[in-house]
Design a protein. Structure first.
Length: 92
């Protein structure tokens, strides 16, 4: 929250820090797992046509998908596969 690094013997988390962390956990627990909006709003029948959507492409995710697809086409097993995506030219 912008306070300086705690000195020796000072707590890392102040009571207000803990309060904010717990509040964030509660907000996240009540959010839709797909869109992130509050489930109390998104499941309200009155809001059925209150939302719109935009389709965007994440080029990093697309690169990962292309790599996995290439492995599948080669007959490689993708069980347990984790895809680490990095920007070309950046240190990996």
């Amino acid at each position: 929250m912008g306070r300086p690094m705690p000195g020796p013997g000072e707590p890392l988390w102040l009571p207000e820090d803990r309060w904010w962390a717990l509040a964030l956990l509660e907000v996240e627990a009540r959010a839709c797992r797909d869109c992130g909006h509050p489930s109390t709003d998104t499941t309200d029948p009155a809001g059925e046509y209150a939302y719109d959507a935009e389709v965007v492409r994440c080029h990093a995710c697309a690169a990962g998908h292309r790599r996995v697809t290439a492995l599948q086409e080669q007959g490689a097993s993708t069980a347990g596969l984790q895809v680490h995506i990095y920007r070309k030219g950046a240190a990996s």
